[in-house]
Design a protein around this ligand. Sequence first.
Ligand SMILES: [Zn+2]
Length: 230
Amino acid sequence: MALAGQAGVTRMIAMGVNAEHNRRALEMATSFPAVWAGLGHYPTEEPEPDLEEIRALAAGERVVAIGEVGVDFEHGSVERTVQVSRLGSLFALAVEVDLPVSIHNRGAAKEVAKLIGEHPGLRGVMHYFALGWRDAEAFLELGFYLSFAGLITRPSRGELRDVVKACPPDRLLLETDSPYGNAHKRMGVPNRPAYLLDTAEAVAELRGMSLEELGELETRNALALFTRMK
Ligand SMILES: [Zn+2]
């Protein structure tokens, strides 16, 4: 946390992926002023999401998102139809409690976009965005933000860097996805919030702006989406 602060990372969201992690995320958000919590249910988690508990915890003032939630057609053994139907319930809950969603998508862009369209009032971000411009455009048209991580620094990701350049300035967010999502120069070490700067430097360069300008832009966008965050 101290290193993140020194690096200029002033706000972080700890995203929960199951009941235990949701409680831990909330605990961290209560202990550290720079940390906020997301309450989620990862698509490959076998048990049903406990919607009642998520609804109850979502009333906490440190909770800023319903996430991580999503669909993953590339990992795990939870049936596709089950994943999509669970995500529908989590979307409905997010609209009900008026929180944005942070969406994980692996191999299911069409299904996720369709489901977003079926939930009027739903707002949120495509986390760890890794796709090309066609998919980016579909989510932008649905009013969603795109969040970029260390992946954009990897040499093979030219198409993704084009999305970073083309993303409307008011829809751009940054994240680490730590302990995953390393930048190219840090492969093999656990990622951490302070390393957000690797991604920020790359994005600033791609978009031809200073790090300070990007910092202001990104903070403004984060506060606009995560409305409970201060
Ligand atoms: Zn994810």
